[in-house]
Design a protein around this ligand. Structure first.
Ligand SMILES: Nc1ncnc2c1ncn2[C@@H]1O[C@H](COP(=O)(O)OP(=O)(O)OP(=O)(O)O)[C@@H](O)[C@H]1O
Ligand SMILES: [Mg+2]
Length: 289
């Protein structure tokens, strides 16, 4: 598959406080994939995205965009990319539609504004001041603003963070649609659900280092532990026990329970990406979330 980005030995240090946010990371992003950057707060997710969208320039290492050095692209690069920032920035005294019109002027070409607003259920509210929008409405507006220039690549930083399930669903559907239309998505998150549902590949990042890059499925096979949970009655009470699936037919305790106790529930479980993340990085992804 064609590579959109190829990143080699990327390091970045914030000058003002000398924090080394990224330490020699290498990865690529392929055309048409949803690439997830996953890690706890402070891991370097936003820094990585900001470098790829040319907001932070004094990095060390090599970055190619479509086979050419990223630095060799001028402002035409921004015709290709859509960016949804962590914290939505809108003009609160302007209406939703006016906000979109303002940002549309920054691009040579742009998608139909009403169509976009309709996609995220904001058409009816397009003439209301954004200051009066709810948080979910602002985030939906933020998302379609990223789609304004009909981009080839979408950068999303915590696009569904703090959204209720309905709003999160709307955004996830739009991400899928974008991908199916041939777009590439680079998203960062600490929400495992998003990753499992959306990403073709994920990079686990902590402390500015990529610890693992793979598909969610591959990671589960590699790090996953196959287990079975059994709940059963013992002396009038419900007891539960977890067994390893390997050689379960030779596990005497398991066999005894099956034979001698009333089983209430029995199901196999697979290791969650959360568990795998902890295993790979030694850190809890939710520690300060
Ligand atoms: N503008 C900045 N100036 C100085 N240091 C910064 C700046 N932005 C981030 N850092 C530092 O760089 C490191 C990586 O931060 P980054 O924002 O990339 O993390 P993140 O993974 O996006 O975290 P979060 O999940 O909280 O958004 C952190 O140690 C952070 O304190
Ligand atoms: Mg961030």
């Amino acid at each position: 598959m064609e590579k959109i980005f190829e990143v080699k030995n990327l390091s970045y240090t914030y000058r003002k406080n000398q924090v080394q946010a990224l330490k020699d990371i290498s990865f690529d992003v392929k055309k048409g994939e949803v690439f997830g950057i996953l890690g706890p707060s402070g891991a370097g997710k936003s820094t990585t995205q900001k470098i790829l969208i040319k907001l932070l320039k004094d990095f060390k290492g090599e970055i190619e965009y479509l086979g050419q050095p990223l630095n060799s692209f001028g402002n035409q690069f921004y015709e290709d990319v859509g960016v949804g920032f962590e914290l939505p920035v809108h003009f609160s005294k302007l209406t939703g539609k006016e906000n979109m019109e303002f940002f549309a002027r920054l691009y040579k070409k742009h998608a139909d504004i009403d169509d976009l607003l309709e996609k995220v259920g904001l058409l009816e509210d397009k003439d209301r001041m954004v200051g009066d929008y709810s948080k979910g409405m602002k985030m939906r507006l933020n998302f379609v603003r990223a789609m304004l220039n009909d981009p080839k690549i979408l950068f999303l930083d915590e696009a569904t963070n703090g959204l209720d399930p309905k709003n999160a669903y709307i955004i996830k559907q739009l991400i899928r649609e974008f991908k199916h239309a041939g777009g590439t998505v680079i998203l960062s998150t600490h929400l495992m659900n998003d990753v499992e549902e959306l990403c073709d590949r994920i990079a686990f990042i902590s402390g500015g280092v990529i610890r693992e890059i793979s598909t969610p499925r591959e990671l589960k096979i590699r790090y996953g532990k196959r287990i079975v949970d059994v709940e059963y009655r013992l002396n009038g009470q419900t007891e539960s026990e977890t067994f390893d699936l390997e050689k379960i037919g030779e596990n005497q305790k398991f066999l005894d329970i099956l034979k001698n106790n009333q089983i209430e529930t029995i199901h196999s479980g697979e290791t969650s990406l959360d568990d795998i993340f902890i295993k790979v990085t030694g850190e809890n992804i939710h520690e300060d979330a």
